[in-house]
Design a protein around this ligand. Sequence first.
Ligand code: HEC
Length: 197
Amino acid sequence: MTEIYFKYGFELPAYRSVVARLRVCLGWFIVCSSATLAAEKVDFSRDISPILSDRCFACHGPDSEARKADLRFDVESDLLRAADSGFPIIKPSDADHSELFRRIMSADPDEMMPPPDFLVPVTDSEKALIKRWIEEGAEWSSHWAFKKIQSPNMPEIHGDAIIRNPIDRFVESKAQEKGLSSTMEASRRTPSQAGQP
Ligand code: HEC
């Protein structure tokens, strides 16, 4: 190994310290991004619906010809009905008694979902996300494109920031939430113009 690094002009200790620094950066990136994800509530249309449509819709989607077990995941009513096992397909706030969760966690080839011959299994992080969504109450929502347009509540802001339109208010409130404050408004004249008569 050592010879290879020398051959390409690397000093081994320097190479090691770069790798060590990269590892520390990567570690922090993973810690920070998972902390942000953990703090935020799981959202059905953003986080869960894409998993179900990728891994389950082939047999439990809008196509009635291909549908299995008379079960579809693109309408809310089916998610709350009882499964053949007697458990509800989803029991909000109780993943362990939800048939959907039981099936994606099962290692039994006769029970597991998607079935073993379906080539795209649910990954461990997706299973964890589905569990969190059920434990958080399993709120269902349709795709945003089908939702009624509603005006959001205007966020509160502190101090006297420059607000010219409602969008400024959203930007300012997010900035304040992150402890940032806006600076004075910049001059409309660029530095090069400012020097001109
Ligand atoms: C390749 C087709 C196929 C795919 C993909 C598939 N399933 Fe199924 N599913 C079936 C079949 C067939 C049955 C009925 C036999 C059984 O109960 O095992 C079934 C039954 C079920 C049941 C029980 C329904 C009841 O009324 O008892 C649940 C829950 C379920 N699937 C969840 C899922 C989930 C969640 C996914 C995606 C992660 C998925 N399935 C993907 C074929 C599929």
